[in-house]
Design a protein around this ligand. Structure first.
Ligand SMILES: NC(=O)c1ccc[n+]([C@@H]2O[C@H](COP(=O)([O-])OP(=O)(O)OC[C@H]3O[C@@H](n4cnc5c(N)ncnc54)[C@H](OP(=O)(O)O)[C@@H]3O)[C@@H](O)[C@H]2O)c1
Length: 326
């Protein structure tokens, strides 16, 4: 496998695996107290993990203004430092939050907010442009999104961003954004437990990159058997949209059984389970770029080194479909 992939129609080249920076934002919460982070993190370890990723050839980092209420962007910006121009930085907008109290206070889909949010992200990241700017409102009304798409074209003309995308699981919405010349990608959930055949077809048809969030099913495909004990971790009190963790954060037994059934194939050729989950994603389409989360140097090393082991084979994909009966 090539160690890089092209970020859709933008022509930007990225490592075949990006690093997802949600967890390194640390603790933050919704206005009703629902945890939205992944519990406590050590910023110095996050910085070391980013440095290790850079040394291992990772050139793509995905964050959002709201992760850790601004903290993830600050940590990423600090970690990249002088190497910022060696990498492609993606961030997102659409949520409103209070940096002081680390609380998400709502959403704002207005063009005025998008402009304010971009300025604030540039400041926190310590850069003069964002490479890929992503709309973070999964279900936004398509007409409003079309306005924001046109605004993104203005941002491109002004040199503030190089390309843009929508983080959405709906192919029809992704197609609305794709009508813009500089739309390069769609970010959507994809992992061996949650396939997205329609979205992948759309990406192949329109030449968009498929940036894959939750590639490790929020840790279950990395071997987690139960939810975390840390009360600040979103998985300890999973909201309705979070699949795979049930009540009281116990992992869904059906998911665990299916993961067990796939273990032999995923861990073939000396892969760890997490590396096998990433290998499935690369095999699924030439457009995919998984962005697993991380919060330690060890996870960074394991995930980055999945690239050299390459994708699963077509036969292995067929066998996985047979086991999952899809
Ligand atoms: N709406 C959106 O746009 C959206 C939504 C979700 C995610 N995302 C993006 O997608 C990225 C990834 O998705 P995700 O955060 O949902 O989850 P994920 O990548 O499926 O799972 C990440 C978690 O798995 C564990 N892990 C990672 N590597 C591991 C390894 N090698 N061995 C063992 N465990 C490992 C870590 O949890 P522990 O530290 O607990 O072990 C890590 O935080 C996010 O960081 C974010 O950038 C975007």
């Amino acid at each position: 496998m090539e160690t890089t992939r092209t970020l859709g129609r933008s022509g930007m080249e990225v490592s075949a695996l990006g690093f997802g920076c949600w967890a390194i934002g640390g603790e933050w919460q919704d206005a009703d107290g629902q945890p939205l982070g992944w519990g406590k993190v050590d910023d110095e370890e996050s910085v070391r993990a980013v440095h290790r990723a850079l040394d291992l050839g990772i050139t793509f980092f995905d964050t959002a203004d709201t992760y850790g209420a601004g903290h993830s962007e600050r940590v990423l910006g600090r970690a990249l430092g002088k190497r910022r121009d060696d990498v492609i930085v993606a961030t997102k907008w659409g949520n409103v939050f209070d940096e002081e109290t680390r609380t998400r206070t709502g959403v704002d889909d207005t063009p005025a907010h998008a402009r304010r949010a971009l300025t604030a992200s540039l400041d926190r990241l310590g850069t003069d442009h964002v490479d890929l700017y992503q709309l973070h409102l999964n279900d936004l009304d398509p007409e409003r999104a079309a306005e924001l798409r046109d605004l993104c074209e203005e941002f491109v003309q002004q040199g503030l961003i190089r390309a843009y995308a929508w983080s959405t699981d709906d192919p029809a919405r992704a197609a609305v954004f794709a009508r813009g010349e500089h739309c390069a990608a769609v970010q959507h959930a994809l992992n061996v437990m949650q396939d997205a055949p329609e979205m992948l077809s759309l990406c192949e048809e329109l030449g968009l990159a498929s940036i894959n969030r939750s590639p490790l099913a929020m840790g279950l495909l990395a071997g987690k058997r139960q939810g975390p004990q840390d009360a600040g971790d979103i998985r300890s009190k999973p909201p309705a949209w979070l699949q795979g963790f049930g009540d009281g954060a116990a992992a869904d037994p059906e998911w665990l059984a299916r993961i067990d059934a796939l273990k032999e194939i995923l861990t073939s050729n000396g892969r760890t389970l997490a590396q096998g989950a990433l290998a499935w994603i690369w095999a699924r389409s030439p457009k995919t770029v998984p962005i697993p989360g991380f919060r330690s140097v060890t996870q960074a090393e394991q995930n980055a080194s999945a690239i050299e082991k390459g994708p699963l084979t077509a036969d292995q994909l067929t066998e996985i479909n047979r086991i999952l009966e899809r």
